[in-house]
Design a protein around this ligand. Structure first.
Ligand code: ZN
Length: 205
C-alpha cells in the first residue's frame, strides 16, 4: 500500500508520487529507444526528455535528490520489462563530476540505480569512479566529448569477478560519449556483458 502524498510535479493529492493528470502525462512520454553507446550489449532510454513532466522529475532528482522521483522512475523501469534484460546480476551507475555532486550533494544516477536495484532485488554496486576533473560536456561535439571524457573513469577491482551482465544507469543520455567511455572502462576491467539504461534521451538544451 502506498501513502497519500503530494504530487511531485504539481503538489496535488497523489498515491504513487504523481497525481492522475501528471501520471497520464508521464505515461504518454514513455518511448523506449536505443541509445548510441559503444562497448555496450544494448543501450536504451525510457522517456522523451521534451516532456515537461519528465524534465521536472529529472530536475528534482538532480537538484533535490528526491527519492520519490527515483521511485517513480524505477516503477516505470519495472513496468517496461523490455528495459531490463534478465541476465543482469547487478546495477551500477555513471558517477557525476565531483564538483556537480559537491554543489547539490546528490548523485542522481546513483539515486536512480539504487531505486532500480531495490525494485528488482539486485545489488547496487559502485563500480566506477571519476578520475581527475573533467570539463563540462555542454556544447561539445561528439568527437570533442569523446576526447574530453577519455580516461576519466576508473573501475573497481570488483568488476572482473562479476559473472553475469551489469546494468549501467544514468539519468540522461545525450551523445552517449560518457556512457561509451564508462562501458569501455568496464570492459577493460573485465566486464563480460554491459547494458545501459538512461531515463531520457536528451538533445534539447
Ligand atoms: Zn500532479
Amino acid at each position: 500500500m502506498r501513502l497519500v502524498s503530494p504530487c511531485l510535479i504539481c503538489g496535488r493529492r497523489s498515491e504513487s508520487g504523481l497525481c492522475a493528470e501528471c501520471r497520464a502525462n508521464f505515461e504518454r512520454a514513455k518511448s523506449v529507444s536505443d541509445a548510441p553507446v559503444l562497448f555496450s550489449d544494448g543501450a536504451y532510454t525510457l522517456f522523451d526528455y521534451s516532456s515537461p513532466t519528465v524534465k521536472r522529475l529529472i530536475f528534482s532528482l538532480k537538484t533535490r535528490g528526491l527519492r520519490g522521483a527515483a521511485r517513480v522512475f524505477s516503477d516505470a523501469v519495472f513496468a517496461s520489462a523490455k528495459a531490463i534484460p534478465r541476465e543482469i546480476v547487478c546495477v551500477t551507475f555513471l558517477p557525476r563530476r565531483s564538483l556537480a555532486r559537491k554543489r547539490s550533494g546528490v548523485d542522481q544516477a546513483e539515486l536512480l540505480a539504487r531505486a532500480i536495484a531495490r525494485k528488482f532485488g539486485l545489488p547496487c554496486l559502485k563500480l566506477l569512479r571519476r578520475r581527475g576533473v573533467s570539463r563540462t560536456q555542454h556544447g561539445l561535439s561528439f568527437e570533442k566529448r569523446q576526447e574530453n571524457v577519455r580516461g576519466k573513469f576508473a573501475a573497481t577491482k570488483t568488476v572482473s569477478g562479476i559473472r553475469g551482465a551489469i546494468l549501467l544507469v544514468d539519468d540522461i543520455i545525450t551523445t552517449g560519449a560518457s556512457a561509451t567511455e564508462a562501458c569501455r572502462t568496464l570492459r577493460e576491467a573485465g566486464a563480460r556483458r554491459i547494458y545501459v539504461l538512461a531515463m531520457a534521451k536528451g538533445g534539447s538544451r
